[in-house]
Ligand binder design. Structure first.
Ligand code: PLP
Length: 395
């Protein structure tokens, strides 16, 4: 049996038919600049405003709290830098984040540290859940911002964001959550979730690359990241990408409709986890239950993850070793290392991220294809030979 299985939805997703169908007429006809005063401009502005309202409705906030951006990286940079700059004026020059954030967050914090802010990077437990005691100890009257992701992009662990808000707000700090992996996969209601800022990205939820959004709660003041014309209520310069804003709105609506079908995805994920962890010397990375519905991240000892990826690719399966952004580097994942995963297993970790498009047959195919690949690669490893010898000696 040979087939094509796309199991790298955390890296990116295909643009869905529904999204394309809603974007196409807009790309063709709605070409006006939303800032133009003539009819074509007004038409584009109406479509843009309507998309903002649709995004806000799905997220449970007001449309005045949504700003369109170019994606998750920009939203993350803007939220952190924008909040840091405003809070500095109030004498708050400390930022708290976690060791397992996406590089868009980690590197923005690194840059602010070089500019004079102090940064505390709190640790996580073996399942990748942040340590709330460490967070409580870290946050103080100097803390400007607490930036903790909603769900991790590599291991899928979901963080206790309500508790993070409680701790941070008690000391007057703002809370930003990178929800790029969570939005569309988990129900997020900003009318009850008390974060101050939240980022999301279109290409993780079947909209195109190059569109995202930042939620900034009414009353929260952050400085601009991109200066330009007066777009996005003077907060983010650049002629608005109207067709992509429509695509993002549609993708969010479709994702919301499909949330009730997430148990099917969870069942497929659990089957992957249960079957693949039957392979000797393998272990699930991340929390067993508090994890994204489509994420199965498993570490196989005595194997290089990259070799596994190549063999899977030859068999028609697209997967990843962790973050797509670091896949060009051979360093073990900073997330797995922060969780205390030993180097041997961190190097042999495989992330399979499935979606509503995945079928039971796709899961069967992965379950059937991966074990012989693991065996083949282990048989080439001198370390594995030692283990087999030792095992035989103890029988
Ligand atoms: N944050 C997280 C958790 C992500 O997974 C990603 C993308 O991999 C980003 C931020 C960056 O988003 P974008 O690719 O839209 O810039």
């Amino acid at each position: 049996m040979s087939r094509f299985v796309y199991a790298d939805n955390a890296a990116t997703t295909p643009v869905s038919r529904e999204v394309i169908e809603e974007m196409l007429p807009c790309l063709e006809a709605c070409y006006g600049n939303p800032s133009s005063l003539h009819s074509k401009g007004r038409e584009a502005k109406d479509v843009l405003d309507n998309s903002r309202e649709r995004v806000a409705r799905v997220l449970g906030c007001d449309s005045s709290e949504i700003y369109f951006t170019s994606g998750g990286t920009e939203s993350d940079n803007w939220a952190i830098r924008g909040a840091a700059m405003r809070m500095k004026a109030k004498g708050r020059t400390h930022i708290v984040t976690s060791q397992i954030e996406h590089h868009a967050v980690l590197h923005t914090c690194d840059a602010l540290e070089r500019e004079g802010f102090t940064v505390t990077r709190i640790g996580v437990d073996a399942d990748g859940v942040i340590n709330l005691d460490e967070l409580s100890d870290a946050v103080n009257e100097k803390t400007a911002l607490v930036a903790i992701m909603y769900a991790n992009n590599e291991v899928g662990t979901v963080q206790p964001i309500e508790k993070v808000c409680e701790i941070a707000h008690a000391k007057g700090a703002l809370v930003f959550t990178d929800a790029v992996q969570a939005v569309g996969n988990l129900r997020i209601d900003l009318s009850t979730l008390p974060v101050d800022m939240l980022s999301l990205s279109g290409h993780k939820i079947h909209a195109p690359k190059g569109i995202g959004a930042l939620f900034v709660r009414r009353g929260v003041s952050i400085s601009n990241l991109i200066e330009g014309g007066g777009q996005e209520r003077r907060r983010r310069g650049g002629t608005e990408n109207v067709a992509y804003a429509v695509g993002l709105a549609k993708a969010l609506e479709v994702a919301e409709e499909k949330l009730s079908e997430m148990t099917r995805v969870e069942k497929m994920r659990d089957r992957l986890i249960d079957e693949l962890t039957k392979i000797p010397y393998s272990k699930l990375n991340g929390h067993r239950t508090k994890r994204l519905p489509g994420n199965a991240n498993i570490g196989f000892e005595f194997i290089e993850g990259e070799s596994m990826l190549l063999w899977l690719d030859i068999s028609g399966i697209c997967a990843s070793t962790g973050s797509a952004c670091s896949s060009a580097s051979l360093d073990p994942s900073h997330v797995l290392l922060a969780m205390g995963v030993p180097h041997e297993r961190a190097h042999g970790s495989l992330r399979l991220t499935i979606s509503h498009d995945t079928t039971d047959e796709d899961i069967d195919y992965i379950i059937e294809t991966l074990p012989p690949i693991v065996e083949k690669l282990r048989n080439m490893s001198p370390l594995w030979e030692e283990i087999v010898k030792k095992d035989k000696a103890t029988i």
